[in-house]
Design a protein around this ligand. Structure first.
Ligand SMILES: Cc1cc2nc3c(=O)[nH]c(=O)nc-3n(C[C@H](O)[C@H](O)[C@H](O)COP(=O)(O)OP(=O)(O)OC[C@H]3O[C@@H](n4cnc5c(N)ncnc54)[C@H](O)[C@@H]3O)c2cc1C
Length: 401
């Protein structure tokens, strides 16, 4: 079939990357989103960890890391292709510090062993040198107890320097939206909520996309990259979701300081979970999972809760600060020096359920995401920000040849 027109539903990192990749292959793309601009949802408001698999230390296998690695190791290359510039200056500078809480679902010994196994896996990967820093020989280093006592609270029982980096997602969102706008083969249909996609009953195998106003349009190919809004449209397309799955809405703090701070990027895992990202000395992401998890459920689509504003936002920030400060006392200075701070967040969709504090929870393993197809309808579970541009390249090649 000659692909002339493709509808890409959803202008997050997945849909925006796909629109660019397809347009550069000469395909006419209609990119549809309910927001007034691309990159306004989860892909803007997350911490941008380009996962190497270490966060999934409670996965008893290496399945998560194996699934994530090929895409994450190529994130920097793909980002440069998409936005036309490198990520220098917009990526955390040092290794992440993984702090193990005394209530973690993984013991320090098990964590040590897991990290060794994952490092070996990474070293064997042919693209290990292409990550945001060369990780082809990088090791996880355990932090000695005296240094740990200086940087962390009493509930932290072990610490490791892990060669992972995170991208400033707001910066990247603006660049990716700009790259979409520069593509003449992409028509953006914004402020438009998709309500259905179904096959047209004709021999060409074309698909119809309907919006909430009842307007319909025909396409040779439809790609559903709606993330938290994906499943209801899959149902209309005859792609029936297979349980288990869960939606979680997480709130976080995005803060800019007046002066530079050298607070390290660190996270508390696995079980009790929170993190701090220091992108450039002044722009920070701060989260405490139990405070930020404000909605969760297993329905087809979960209503986004209202974002806290005014006094509610202040209360939320105070909770995040108090929880993190007990474990990472340096966080207080960053909050005290805030020039601006906002509470934002987004949905996490997972083909799994459970609670992080349960060692047997399915959420500790994340290797089931990818693309499902029905004729020329493609439903993309992005899974991770880290791997979206890589998934996009493969899918665009498949569709456009
Ligand atoms: C707090 C938080 C932290 C995270 N941290 C990380 C991390 O460190 N590393 C990582 O790899 N991943 C992380 N993630 C996950 C990551 O954010 C997502 O995997 C990724 O952003 C999903 O991209 P997407 O393009 O599929 O979705 P989105 O960016 O949400 O884009 C989907 C788009 O679809 C639109 N839409 C939805 N329904 C409809 C409809 N019916 N009609 C029209 N438009 C619709 C939305 O407006 C949105 O623009 C995190 C997520 C959260 C919330």
């Amino acid at each position: 079939m000659t692909v002339r027109r493709v509808a890409v539903l959803g202008a997050g990192i997945m849909g925006s990357s796909l629109a660019i990749d397809l347009a550069r292959r000469g395909v006419d793309v209609t990119l549809i989103d309910r927001e007034a601009a691309p990159m306004q949802a989860a892909s803007r408001w997350n911490e941008g960890k380009i996962h190497l698999g270490y966060l999934y230390a409670a996965d008893p296998t290496t399945a998560t890391a194996e699934h994530i690695l090929p895409g994450s190791l190529r994130f920097a290359d793909r980002a440069r292709e998409l936005i036309g510039e490198g990520l220098d200056g917009h990526v955390t500078q040092d290794d992440d510090i993984y702090l193990l809480h005394r209530d973690s679902v993984v013991s320090p010994d098990a964590m040590r062993r897991k990290f060794e196994t994952l490092s070996d896996l990474i070293h064997r990967h042919p693209d290990a040198s292409r990550y945001l820093v060369d990780v082809s020989a990088a090791r996880v280093m355990e932090i000695d107890q005296s240094e740990l006592r200086e940087m962390a609270g009493d509930d932290i029982v072990a610490g490791f320097r892990v060669p992972e980096r995170s991208v400033d997602t707001q910066w990247f969102a603006d660049r990716l939206a700009g790259a979409v706008a520069a593509e003449t083969h992409v028509v953006q249909r914004l402020g438009t909520t998709v309500v259905a996609a179904h096959p047209r009953d004709d021999p060409d195998g074309r698909w119809v996309v309907r919006d909430e106003r009842g307007d319909e349009d025909d396409f040779d190919v439809v790609i559903n990259a709606l993330w938290a809004g994906r499943l209801p449209i899959d149902v209309t397309a005859g792609v029936i979701p297979q349980p288990p799955w869960s939606h979680r809405f997480r709130l976080c703090v995005f803060l800019r300081t007046r002066s530079r701070h050298d607070l390290p990027s660190a996270l508390v895992s696995v079980g009790p979970f929170g993190d701090v990202k220091n992108y450039n000395g002044r722009d920070f992401y701060l989260s405490w999972y139990p405070a930020g998890l404000v909605a969760e459920g297993g329905e087809l689509e979960l209503q986004a809760p209202p974002l806290p504003v005014g006094a509610d936002a202040e209360i939320f920030m105070a909770r995040v600060r108090a929880s993190l400060e007990r474990l990472l006392p340096g966080v207080g200075a960053v909050f005290d020096d805030a020039e601006s701070a906002q509470v934002h967040g987004g949905f996490v969709f997972a083909r799994a359920t459970g609670r992080l504090e349960d060692p047997g929870a399915g959420l500790h393993r994340r290797n089931l995401y990818g693309v499902e197809r029905r004729g020329s309808y493609h439903s993309v579970d992005t899974g991770k920000y880290s791997t979206a541009p890589w998934t996009s390249a493969a899918l665009a090649a498949e569709i456009a040849g």
